[in-house]
Design a protein around this ligand. Structure first.
Ligand SMILES: *Cc1c(COP(=O)(O)O)cnc(C)c1O
Length: 408
């Protein structure tokens, strides 16, 4: 089945529900009962896949993980209770004191802070570089590089990495390639096929289905030989490419205790079913809106990778096809002009978050990046003059009219 929905709607339950429930029930339980001590031993020692305790696994969450696993063709999927839990659990599994992470300074704000502050306190170094510059990346890598990490489209700069190039460098240098793919869903972009070893996603965004809940995913393609990672080396000598998943599931995620809640998993499973429909519609509206905004007086510039004049147009098209997503930014003359516009919006909501069914607008410099100094913001490419827009399911006419009246 090639059609995304046809495939998705037919992923069977790992075990049928005893009542024949048509949607996956929420198994709201902390613990699970066993018929005998030996069955209990087998489950606790990992000899069976029976659930034991919902911090470790849960049927509803497992079903969500299984659906994502089948769509992506990954080896394993782990669902966590936020995108940041996914990012932090992932790096706790592969980083160690003395390790470094090669990445761009153009990162989601909390990921930046997690690398530059939280991990730093544990002796992990973050090496920022321009990920569009192959030579710069090569120079930053050494034997303690535990990852090349990138966001497929940076937010809010909208810079698109050339993933084939990154993958070639990662393979040559024997470093895992890790991507945050939150802004381009796996219904249109298969990260594994582009050579990404591990994918991390904030399922709060496109997947949750109308901003219903907070969640995150670690999607492991089991393609990297972990003998090249100092902390995973002993495990990898036995398990090779599966060492990451074993440490994540048997140690890290249990110890940090950030597994997804079953209610969230159920909402996000339902969200998955309409993911592609919403994505196509929102992407189409974003392109039409960006095209019109370029012609609108009072707007200095529009940044959207689907516009033919955009510097990342070609690479975006090659990787993500003709639907490059529902996030765009535009610049006005000043911060005051941005505040004026935001205050006058009537339809578009003043809120953070991305890919809600409703359109959302925010001034990133004073909100998401408000705690960074002006110098740091400059390094991160965050301008005072920029508004970020997440395009929802409203008509393009209504959105355009709202922006035009707010510019007055
Ligand atoms: C939102 C976001 C995150 C963090 O996800 P949460 O679910 O808010 O914890 C990470 N990366 C990107 C690109 C995001 O947009």
């Amino acid at each position: 089945m090639n059609n995304f929905e046809d495939f998705l709607l037919n992923v069977p339950y790992p075990r049928p529900d005893i009542y024949g429930s048509l949607s996956m029930p929420v198994y709201s339980t902390a613990s699970y009962e066993f018929a005998s001590a030996s069955e209990m031993e087998a489950a606790f020692c990992g000899k069976t896949t029976d659930h034991t305790y919902s911090r470790i696994s849960n049927p509803t969450v497992h079903y969500f993980e299984e659906r994502v696993r089948q769509i992506t063709g990954a080896f394993n999927v782990t669902a966590l209770n936020s995108g940041m839990a996914a990012v932090s659990n992932l790096f706790m599994t592969i980083a160690y004191s003395g390790a470094n992470i090669v990445t761009s300074p153009h990162l989601f704000g909390n990921t930046y802070s997690f690398f530059a502050t939280t991990l730093k306190a544990f002796g992990v170094e973050v090496r920022f570089c321009d990920l569009t510059n192959e030579n710069e990346i090569r120079e930053r890598i050494d034997e303690n590089s535990c990852a090349i990490f990138f966001e497929v489209v940076t937010n809010p700069q909208l810079e698109v990495a050339d993933i084939s190039m990154l993958s070639a460098v990662a393979k040559e240098k024997n470093v895992p390639l890790i991507a945050d793919t939150t802004v381009i869903p796996f219904s249109v972009f298969n990260a594994g096929k582009f050579g990404v070893d591990i994918e991390v996603v904030s399922s709060t965004k496109y997947i949750s289905g109308g901003a219903t809940s907070i969640g995150g995913l670690i999607i492991d393609y089991a393609t990297f030989d972990w003998r090249n990672n100092k902390v995973l080396n002993p495990l990898a000598n036995e398990q090779g490419v599966h060492a990451f998943n074993t440490r994540l599931r048997r140690e890290i995620h249990r110890n940090f205790g950030a597994y997804m809640d079953p209610r969230t998993a159920q909402m996000q499973t339902i969200g998955l079913e309409t993911l592609q429909l919403r994505y196509e519609r929102q992407s189409r509206t974003a392109l039409e809106l960006a095209t019109c905004l370029e012609q609108t007086e009072g707007i200095e510039s529009v940044n959207y990778t689907g516009l033919p004049g955009n510097p990342f147009y070609e690479v975006s098209r090659r990787q993500f096809g003709d639907a490059p997503g529902a996030m765009l930014t535009f610049d006005l003359s000043s911060k005051d002009a941005c505040f004026h516009l935001l205050d006058k919006l009537k339809v578009i909501r003043r809120a953070t978050n991305l890919f809600d069914n409703k359109s959302l607008a925010i001034h990133p410099a004073t909100t998401i990046y408000g705690s960074f100094s002006p110098d740091q913001r400059e390094v991160m490419g965050i301008s005072d003059k920029t508004i970020r827009l997440s395009v929802g399911l409203e008509s393009v006419e209504l959105l355009l009219e709202d922006i035009r009246q707010a510019l007055m």
